[in-house]
Design a protein around this ligand. Sequence first.
Ligand code: XIL
Length: 302
Amino acid sequence: ASTLGASAAQTGRYFGTAVAASRLGDATYVGILNREFNMVTPENEMKIDATEPSQGRFSYSNADRIVNHARSQGMRVRGHTLAWHSQQPEWMRYMEGSSLRQAMLNHVTQVASYYRGKIYAWDVVNEAFEDGSSGARRNSNLQRTGNDWIEAAFRAARAADSNAKLCYNDYNIDNWSHAKTQAVYRMVQDFKSRGVPIDCVGFQAHFNSGNPVPSNYHTTLQNFANLGVDVQITELDIEGSGSSQAQQYQGVTQACLAVSRCNGITVWGIRDSDSWRASGTPLLFDNYGNKKAAYTSVLNVL
Ligand code: XIL
């Protein structure tokens, strides 16, 4: 097939992108979005600060613009994200203890209920583990409510929407030999053994020269899949340019295709100029919306 989405669909997968509501008036952006992609992740619009700006008052207008656009085009939606230490609204940031636990669970319940039936997969919990060699949980206000906060969030999400796949999402868990990868693996293994409702693991996949695509990526994805969860590449971007960047994009694509439970790939933006990265050219389309070598290298193997 001649587009990313249609090609991915040939093997039952999807190809998605992060979308910013503020760019939905940009004709070049929307043209590429509608042509190439069949899954959408709101880049910021479903985060806690966006959906619950003051406690108990929910705001869905920007997220709805993206969801409605996606649905009108026959695209599915990955929800991102229900519980996270970052992009918390001011009122939540300084909360601790049982009041925070309650507020977090209420947030999960309200947002997942509001979008029930419209979400393919939720990133229920994002980035809960520490970087480096400790394998520990990240110290955050949510973590300080008790080590069981993650499973509590997953149970609340399942109760609110029994059809969405429920994912744990993180970065730097791509290399099988890293402590963080092992720690997340053990958590998923534990959740599966105790019946905590988890369906998938999202690999953000933000790569650069200091954090390159690992040669054991396929092993990582397969090992997680062997626990009985789906795996998804959720926020792919790769610093660089030309054939080096193209090869790395192709490697990530092939790693996913080699794992039957790898459902799909989402890139974190459309054109280089849409990237959250302050500088560089990490995406599949250049600033003018032209296809880069990386685009072709992905399409060629899908
Ligand atoms: C980023 C967005 O792209 C930016 O627009 C925002 O300013 C900060 O967050 N990991 C995640 C995403 O899970 O939510 C982040 O998105 C990128 C890193």
